[in-house]
Structure formats: structure tokens, C-alpha cells
Write a protein that binds this ligand. Structure first.
Ligand SMILES: Cc1cc2nc3c(=O)[nH]c(=O)nc-3n(C[C@H](O)[C@H](O)[C@H](O)COP(=O)(O)O)c2cc1C
Length: 294
């Protein structure tokens, strides 16, 4: 599917606003490929986005889901107390922490029914039986991996392609298990090294992701064996993107112009899951010691 793209570029799923039906349709129009982000949306809102995408474009597109982790038993009270103090600096009161599975089952049922051409998963692998249901509905399955071990797990459940994410990637790291002793949550590989390592354990087609912005970056990952390059940050400031957070909009610009291209550290301050701390550097400096792994 991805090796026949006229433009071997994929607009990454970006939950929380940036991914829109308009962005998906615009990428398809130029021969690239776009994803809707199912994360944080309920099934009804995702269904609306799928229907809207189909009204805007006849081309193939993908939908991404977050695989829920196990119910967290971590004591968050020291961290919420710290957040409360931090919120006080801005006159805001944080809500109470609660665990949920992001409506995963309802969204899976929706995707089976909606027969979406590509379904991708992040933060883990779907059940083999769910992969089978989606295959029967005609979907191609992509799993985001950051290491050879994760690649093996994805192969075992029947993935058709892997999205290999280097540590340079914006947004949350797609790691399956977050090691609390490690600021990056686990093994850390740059995208080119990750592509080589994953190619050592599977022949599945791989999409490269992480720090890819310019044509030269795309050429590099294609030379390294990827069928396409998945870009997130580079699309944050696209007219069709729904990016509303000023820091994220600024971050898109900063990264594109190379002013803030380096990843200095990872921080769990945003959600408990490691995020490369380019955009969150100030918060990351204040909060990393107390932000617990999930
Ligand atoms: C704002 C933002 C939100 C993201 N949300 C998701 C998501 O919902 N699902 C997902 O699989 N990846 C998500 N990602 C990661 C992207 O899929 C991709 O791996 C990453 O953007 C690639 O690195 P780059 O931003 O340097 O291009 C997100 C990235 C960003 C920047």
C-alpha cells in the first residue's frame, strides 16, 4: 500500500487537534497519505471525522488508536500536589487524575464497521483477534515500534507494516512499556539505527518516523529501507492542521527552522508518558523528578 504512494510522505496521526480531515484530504490530493488521530476522541467524534474525511476525499487514509496500558496503580498524589502548585502560578486548578482506556473497544468496533483502509496502533500491540477482525474488514494494520523487541511483538499479532519511531519523534514516545528508571522510558535509538535494527528481525515494510522534516531527511530514510516517511512536527503549522496550542504551533516553526532541533531530555510532565522535551523544556526542568511513570 505505502510503496505505491506518488509522494512517499505520511502526515502522522497527531491527537489533541492537529490531525484533521482537511489535512488528510490535502495530503491525499498531492499523492501523499494522511492519518486521523483517534486518541482522546470518543467513538462518535471519531466517526464524524471519518465521515467528513470521506466527504472531502475518495483516497485511502488511515486512523490511529492508542492501545491502552494496564490500569495504573501508581500513587499520583505527590505529583498532583506539585501540579496544583504549578497551576497556582497561572491561576488554574488541575482536575483529579483518573485512569481510562480511551474508549478503545468502542473505537475498534467503529473501525471494523467503517472499513477504514489503514488502522495504526501506538503504545502497544492490538490483540491478534482484533487484527483478524480488521483484516476481514479490509484494513491494513500498522504498529508503531521503537525497538526490535517491539517489532517482534507486532509481527506476532499479524501487523502488515511497522512504523519505526526514532527517539527524535515529537509527541509521546510510542514505547510499549515505560521503564520508570529510565528518563526515555526504555531503549533509545535514532530513526536510522532503529530502521536497521528492525530490519534485522522482520521483512515487513517499514515507515520511518522521527525528526524528518526536509526532502533530504526523507531521502535518507528511504535509502535506509523505509517505504515512506511519517512526519508530525513538520505538519503542525499547515493551514489544514487543527493545531491550536500556541507552543505547539511555535514548536513546528522552531523545529523547521532548526533553532530548536535537538532533543535534550525526555519528560513525563505532560501525561506520565515520556515526551522529548523540546517544547516542554521549561516545565521539564521544574517537574521531571516528580512526574511518575504510569
Ligand atoms: C503533537 C503531536 C501529536 C502526536 N500524536 C500522535 C498520535 O496520536 N498517535 C501516534 O501514533 N503518534 C503521534 N505522534 C507521533 C507521530 O506519529 C510521529 O511519530 C512523530 O511526530 C514523528 O516525529 P516528528 O514530529 O519529528 O516528525 C504525535 C506527534 C506530535 C508532534
Amino acid at each position: 500500500m505505502f510503496d505505491s504512494l506518488r509522494v512517499p510522505v505520511i502526515a502522522a496521526p497527531m491527537a489533541g487537534g492537529p490531525s484533521t480531515p482537511e489535512l488528510v484530504a490535502a495530503t491525499a490530493r498531492v499523492g501523499a497519505f494522511g492519518f486521523l488521530a483517534g486518541g482522546y476522541l470518543n467513538a462518535a467524534a471519531l466517526a464524524d471525522q471519518i465521515a467528513h474525511t470521506r466527504r472531502l476525499s475518495d483516497e485511502k487514509f488511515g486512523v490511529n488508536l492508542f492501545v491502552p496500558g494496564i490500569r495504573s496503580t501508581v500513587d499520583l498524589s505527590p505529583y498532583t500536589a506539585r501540579l496544583r502548585a504549578e497551576g497556582g502560578r497561572y491561576g488554574v486548578e488541575p482536575g483529579d487524575p483518573r485512569w481510562d482506556d480511551d474508549g478503545y473497544s468502542a473505537k475498534l468496533d467503529l473501525l471494523v464497521e467503517a472499513r477504514v483502509p489503514v488502522v495504526s496502533f501506538t503504545f502497544g500491540v492490538p490483540l491478534e483477534s482484533d487484527v483478524e477482525r480488521l483484516h476481514e474488514a479490509g484494513s491494513t494494520i500498522v504498529v508503531t515500534v521503537t525497538s526490535p523487541d517491539e517489532a517482534r511483538e507486532a509481527v506476532a499479532v499479524g501487523a502488515d507494516a511497522l512504523c519505526v519511531q526514532g527517539f527524535e519523534a515529537g509527541g509521546h514516545r510510542g514505547i510499549f512499556t515505560d521503564d520508570p528508571r529510565d528518563p526515555f522510558g526504555g531503549e533509545v535509538h535514532g530513526v536510522l539505527a532503529a530502521l536497521r535494527l528492525v530490519a534485522g528481525v522482520t521483512d515487513l515494510p517499514v515507515i520511518a518516523s522521527g525528526g524528518i522534516v526536509h526532502g533530504a531527511d526523507v531521502a535518507a530514510v528511504l535509502s535506509a529501507g523505509a517505504v515512506a516517511a511519517q512526519l508530525g512536527t513538520a505538519f503542525l503549522r499547515a493551514d489544514e492542521a487543527g493545531t491550536h496550542h500556541p507552543a505547539a504551533r511555535a514548536r513546528g516553526g522552531d523545529t523547521l527552522h532548526g533553532r530548536d532541533a535537538g532533543v535534550q531530555r525526555a519528560a513525563r510532565a505532560r501525561s506520565g508518558q515520556p515526551v522529548p522535551a523540546r517544547a516542554h523544556a521549561a516545565r521539564a526542568r521544574r517537574l521531571p523528578a516528580v512526574a511518575p511513570a504510569q
